[in-house]
Design a protein. Sequence first.
Length: 221
Amino acid sequence: MGYHLNFTLIWRHFDRLWGGLVLSLELAAAAILIGIVIGLALAVLHVSGGRGVRAAIAAYVEFIRNVPLILLVYLVFYGLPTVVDIVYSPTVSFVATLALYAGAYLVEVFRSGLEAVPRGLIDAGKAIGLTPWRRLVHVRLPTMLRITLPALSNTFVSLFKDTSVASVIAVPELTYGAQWINFNTFRIVEVYLVVTGMYLVAGYAILLLLRLLERRYAVGR
């Protein structure tokens, strides 16, 4: 028996997909902002800290990078409250998890960017009497951000797609909305075709905006 496409029920419940897409973007934005703070702070500590500090940061990075995101989501949402007396919503739990996940990847991006800052710029800062802190704020960080923009673009798009994992703890983002429609209408092909298109358009829009920033602030301009 042939399968006939019918998008009527999908459009009837499209508000769930649209609301889910908006929430996915919000989750990604919140996690990325927190992840940037984590990654930047740890990258600076890694570059300027001692061997013990670098070892601790490396352990955090390797742990996060070698554990699946979905497992981290389960550990934070289900495991942590059983060990520590803490209560939080699925949304807060996921943002915290994705931020820690993002931070581990951004540490490496920012660290490599800091190490790629031309030595001449740092020496020039010393020559005009800038303190180490001022050299970091006015010379190293701005240059590093311009160097790392291409890598940041790919990381941010990847983190947006990773918000789909939030569906496993019932955060009503885009993939969760698709699952709800599928369970209630049994139009699996139609709903996931629509959701695939929404992810593609949103991801490409994010990438396009970041590419514009790259062209605007690229090193050498």
